[in-house]
Design a protein around this ligand. Sequence first.
Ligand code: SF4
Length: 449
Amino acid sequence: MFQKVRNQMIDKSIFESKTAVYYTLGCKLNFSETSTIAKMLKEAGVRTVTRKDEKADLCIINTCSVTEVADKKCRQAIHKLIKQHPEAYVVVTGCYAQLKPQQIADIKGVDLILGAEKKGELIALLGDMHKREQGEILSTTMKDIKSFAPSCSRGDRTRYFLKVQDGCDYFCSYCTIPYARGRSRNGSIQSMIEQAKQVAQEGGKEIVITGVNIGDFGKSTGETFFELVKALDRVEGIERYRISSIEPNLLTDEIIEFVAQSRAFMPHFHIPLQSGSDSVLKLMHRRYNTSLFAERIRHIKQLMPHAFIGVDVIVGSRGETETYFNETLHFLERLDISQLHVFSYSERPGTQALKIEHKVSADEKHKRSQQLLELSNKKTEEFYKAHIGKEAYVLLEKPKPGMPFHGFTENYIRIEIEGIEQKMNNQIVKVRLEELNKQKDALKATLIP
Ligand code: SF4
């Protein structure tokens, strides 16, 4: 849909000598979308505010609603930006705007609230940017969210995030994403190839494939995620792809086998498990059991013993008794994985999970989360240590002032390296991996000439 708006006649005189500030909360998709909006406004003549004391004419806030804490952070960010830019025309969009538009409209100073379907039309909807007495809500119901807004953006590092899919049809019992982002849909493989070629032209070397449920890619175009992966692998100039979080039931053997022998897909997987108890997985309405998950890990490791595997887990969900949590802990202990991303369950209004009686206290959630974080640190350290003394290829990323250059190996080991010239940013170099750094979050490395 961003494309559609790009092709519409936009009265550029509205934007002449205007300034804007952007604020994004939440996931990579939101960052990618905000970045596309900012790029289009820049093309229309809007300058991004860079100095702290400078006042913007336009504030765009892209929100998240994954937990109650996320909702609160959104409200805080909106208040803060209104205070910092009292004259600015304030637009709020994203998942929180779709799910709770009235809560945002009640905040004095907000002018426009755009739901998911309207996000792609943001620029066309800005109008004369005169401040309003009361925020206007432009939104549709969840079932009317149908359009796909392509976006591809450079993150704060060297890698690009290519959105290939949006929405979800799964309706896991704890999740509000299908209500906030609508049903599963995607752009065509051809349009993804064109965007990847554009990245290569800009000098980008690494693309992370993102979406809400990326394995579901292809529903709206009669294509498949596997076909997309094969087509992207052929784009010249892109040397690395990473597949962001993919549902275990959709990470098929053919995808794993293709990645193992592909030109540019990295041996790096991110798979949401959510619980290592089959009883809890059933309560969550997940579409796999622990034996399928373990089989996927075994298959990856058999073909790519060096692969990095990150796993998402939710602790303290409704129904997770102590016995079920211990099942999760023991399942994860046995699994050959490299890192855990641990989330504490958060109650979301309107979800099926609220019908499950057993509730876990905040203290218990904290305790469980600490146990899993400890396990995660242990697994990551073991994975890193197993690579000491080995050679690897690293994509160098410009450091913050005073910090050493860093980057990631093909299998996602973070490295730190001294004595690199600034001009080597975004270059792929061969290194030897040495000991762990002090913080134990990277391996030190030396350049192999
Ligand atoms: S797969 Fe489940 S958890 Fe993931 S976005 Fe869809 S409904 Fe939410």
